[in-house]
Design a protein around this ligand. Structure first.
Ligand code: PLP
Length: 354
């Protein structure tokens, strides 16, 4: 018996997206870090990213990177390490993104204990206001990093369009390039990685506007959804539908569209609002807020309307659909980054790869 709800993942489509985007990046001497965080560290997806040509695998959680031990590419931890996880980071991660000197010092100590050299990418704050050191602190950081025997500065990087929504530009990535020149000249070293951001940097590449020294991008969303994320444009030549969700109908009845009785707060402490459209055909589906925020879902049958959800129930208005739905039928949904992230994290949602 097939189990629902389930996310269907078309690995061939993802593989083709990865091949296409890796090739496009390679033409500009850019290596791709394949980011797997939206799949909660799925080995199936990680393997396909490597087959498709990514040079590194990246994830925000050390628990996920640990699973990729047998995949023969360097593993990059893209969230700053926690002090409480330093041991695991040194053991399972080849390169980590960093912006706190006290954490880097702990990584150095632990790397010495484990007879390893740990590589880091120093993150630079260029306006988005998430992680990164301020440009004026670089020399101070560099002096200290240079004195750490078990830390190797592999490169520098920037993250944009994540917190502040700042769009990558020739200007701000040009600043990263200038900073790399400054470090290489002043400290007489070569930075292997100049990492110019995530899927939001692809538009620059498409417009041939990427500063020359940027040689690395960390791509997640674009590999799965075939979309750049600065403007949300689909990238021509990619698949946009590599994943979908299937959910089962558990109740189907004609009911009033306006609740009957005095309206108070719903299960989430919000005062809900309703439009009275008379009697409508409604379906209850077996998925809820515990698995996904319904505002990130889109029904593939465009005649179906998502009315709302509670912890374990999703309510749809199905009156306008041409299809005669029955209890036990399956409704399909398109996913976006947010819904896929939540669904792959829910232990109640099956993941099927084909
Ligand atoms: C999530 C993340 C990425 C990947 O972003 P996409 O938009 O999925 O390409 C890259 N770098 C860092 C630091 C991230 O947290």
């Amino acid at each position: 018996m097939t189990e629902y709800p389930r996310v269907l993942v078309d690995l061939d489509k993802i593989r083709e997206n990865v091949q296409f985007l890796s090739k496009k990046c390679k033409e500009s001497q850019i290596d791709v870090v394949g980011i797997t965080k939206v799949f909660s560290g799925s080995i199936e997806v990680a393997r396909v990213l490597v087959e498709g040509g990514v040079k590194y695998l990246g994830d925000s959680r050390v628990e996920n990177l640990k699973k990729y031990e047998n995949l023969d590419v360097p593993k990059i931890m893209i969230r700053l390490p926690m002090r409480s996880q330093i041991k695991e980071v040194i053991k399972h991660v080849d390169i980590s993104l960093n912006s706190e000197i006290s954490t880097i010092a702990l990584l150095n100590e632990e790397a010495e204990k484990q007879y390893r050299v740990h590589r880091i990418i120093l993150m630079i704050e260029l306006g988005d206001l998430r992680e990164g050191i301020l440009p004026e602190d670089i020399e101070n950081y560099m002096d200290q990093i240079n004195s750490m025997k078990n830390i190797k500065l592999e490169g520098i990087g920037v993250n944009l369009t994540c917190y502040g929504g700042i769009i990558p530009s020739f200007d701000n990535l040009g600043q990263l390039e200038k900073i790399s020149d400054l470090i290489e000249e002043k400290y007489n070293l070569k930075l292997n990685i100049i990492s110019g951001g995530n899927s939001s940097s692809l538009d620059l590449l498409w417009n041939n506007n990427m500063p020359k020294k940027i040689n690395n991008l960390r791509l997640g969303e674009s590999l799965i959804f075939g979309r750049e994320t600065a403007y949300g444009k689909n990238l021509e030549g990619c698949f946009y539908d590599s994943v979908k969700l299937e959910v089962e109908i558990i109740e189907l009845k004609e009911k009033q569209s306006y609740p009957i009785g005095k309206i108070g707060l719903n299960a989430f402490g919000e005062k809900p609002e309703f439009i009275d459209r008379g009697k409508r055909k409604r379906a209850i589906l077996a998925i809820g807020k515990q698995d996904v925020d319904q505002s990130n879902l889109e029904v593939i049958d465009e005649k179906l309307i998502i009315l709302g959800a509670s912890s374990d129930h999703l309510v749809l208005d199905i009156t306008d659909s041409e299809k005669e739905y029955k209890v036990g039928d399956i409704v399909e949904f398109k996913l976006d980054y947010g819904s896929l992230l939540q669904l792959t994290t829910s232990p109640y949602v099956k993941k099927v790869f084909n």
